[in-house]
Design a protein around this ligand. Structure first.
Ligand code: IPE
Ligand code: IPE
Ligand code: MG
Length: 248
């Protein structure tokens, strides 16, 4: 077994041969991080985007199969237009850069969420990124953009109802597995571990269906300050849990 002791915290031991397959992160706390530094909230989002890059690259390096990150929720449109525009601008910038880097890192980027209300240029970039990703077989990163767990479930129900109306499906024959196939996460295993930085202890409409049996890890660290060491702590906590899935 490969054990690693980060210098910063010798109490943390991660078994890298026994990692969760799928980690999901609610990237929260960008605004407070900026406020503490007397910076505009948008500076926090820029710092958060850098953290995402670092953590995603590290997750690929240690061999995770899936990383799902919450980047923009269906509720985040309530924010001031200026902040929403800045986030969209950062996403565009990040995607442009990652299209170049994906070839090197073989990280596959995929999107969960209704992309139709996004600026056309960003939407086009998401489609391009998705298409390029099909060629690789590395870790898959799912970026949740205009994503809401309830919205996802309603859309799935609608799509299923449409299939029933078209005679392709039978309502009485619907199973949990078949319903999962209508979600953005179709074909992807459920997250094993959901991490939320920033001290908030809530799910905020993230992966409601998929996290039915996920382990949760909360930390007060704000997302822009989230480090590899913090990820080690989360992984070690996960490895110390006993998952029973309702059994004994
Ligand atoms: C998370 O950081 C990023 C998005 C929701 C887009 P916040 O912007 O929510 O940061 P806080 O919670 O205000 O600190
Ligand atoms: C959740 O954070 C959404 C993302 C990180 C994208 P929020 O900051 O929007 O969540 P609440 O409002 O604190 O629940
Ligand atoms: Mg927040």
């Amino acid at each position: 077994m490969a054990f690693l002791k980060p210098k910063e915290d010798t109490a943390v031991q991660v078994d890298f041969d026994n990692l969760p397959r799928h980690v999901a992160i609610i990237m929260d706390g960008n605004g407070r991080w900026a406020k503490r530094r007397g910076l505009p909230r948008t500076a926090g989002h820029a710092a958060g985007a850098e953290t995402f890059r670092t953590i995603a690259t590290y997750c690929q390096k240690i061999g995770l199969d899936y990383l799902t990150v919450y980047a923009f929720s269906t509720e985040n449109w309530k924010r001031p237009l200026e902040e929403v525009s800045a986030i969209m601008g950062l996403l565009k910038k990040y995607l442009l850069e990652s299209i170049e880097k994906m070839e090197r890192d073989h990280i596959r980027l995929h999107f969960f969420g209704d992309l139709s209300p996004l600026p056309a240029e960003l939407r086009e970039m998401c489609d391009r990124t998705d298409a390029i990703s099909q060629r690789y077989d590395g870790m898959q990163v799912n970026v949740c953009l205009n994503y809401g767990g309830r919205d996802e479930i309603v859309r799935a129900a609608r799509a299923f109802a449409a299939d029933c109306a078209a005679g392709k499906r039978e309502p009485a024959a619907l199973t949990e597995e078949a319903f999962s196939g209508y979600l953005y996460s179709a074909g992807i295993p459920d997250p094993d571990l959901v991490i939320r930085p920033s001290g908030e202890i809530r799910i905020s409409n993230f992966l409601l269906w998929q996290s039915a049996y996920a382990e949760f890890y909360y930390t007060d660290v704000l997302w822009p300050d989230f480090s590899k060491e913090e990820l080690h702590r989360a992984l070690a906590a996960y490895q110390g849990r006993s998952r029973r899935f309702g059994g004994v």
